[in-house]
Design a protein around this ligand. Structure first.
Ligand code: S3P
Length: 165
């Protein structure tokens, strides 16, 4: 059975927290591809980026998404860059995909110093802006639903998703 909902969106959109809330509300299991990668490799995401490079991380991520989509029928949160891989976008074509949209100001507030997020090293605001500019249309292209998160708590976002799907 496919996941009942897959959450996509940028860092700071609240995917992990909202996924937990939906899992509790629906009484279903929750998976998060970042956690799956850490569990299967025994390495932190930032160590994989620094020691092996982003391409190796994206390979691990594409494999983690494919496995989770095949095995898991609860709520699935994808890392912010998972949709960059065309093979992952193809797999999402059959899924119910909710894009949690976040603007620059709220994303910056939520990620704080960006600890543990290697792509935010340096100027967090500039890095997030570049990622939002580059990826927003990709998130839209894979989404079956779009939910705004700016100015909303994770509970409010989860409630909005429960009304939608
Ligand atoms: C990334 C997002 C992170 C994590 C990695 C790369 C990205 O996940 O997969 O640091 O490319 O946007 P979250 O979106 O869960 O923070």
């Amino acid at each position: 059975m496919p996941p009942r909902v897959v959450l996509v969106g940028a860092m700071g959109a609240g995917k992990t927290t909202v996924a937990e809330l939906l899992g509790e509300a629906w009484g279903v299991a929750v998976r998060d591809t970042d956690h799956d990668i850490v569990a299967s490799t025994g390495r932190e995401i930032s160590d994989i980026f620094v020691e092996s490079g982003e391409d190796v991380f994206r390979d691990l991520e594409a494999a983690a998404v494919a496995t989770a989509l095949a095995e898991h029928d609860g709520v699935l949160a994808l890392g912010g860059g998972a949709v960059l891989r065309p093979e992952t976008r193809e797999l999402l074509a059959d899924a119910r995909v909710v894009f949690l949209r976040v603007g620059l100001t709220d994303a910056v507030k939520r990620v704080g110093l960006g600890t543990g997020r290697p792509l935010l090293l340096g100027n967090v605001r500039a890095r997030i802006k570049a990622l939002l500019d580059e990826r927003s249309s990709i998130y839209e292209s894979v989404a079956t639903h779009v939910v705004e998160t700016d100015g909303r708590t994770p509970d409010e976002v989860a409630a909005a998703i429960r009304e939608l799907v």
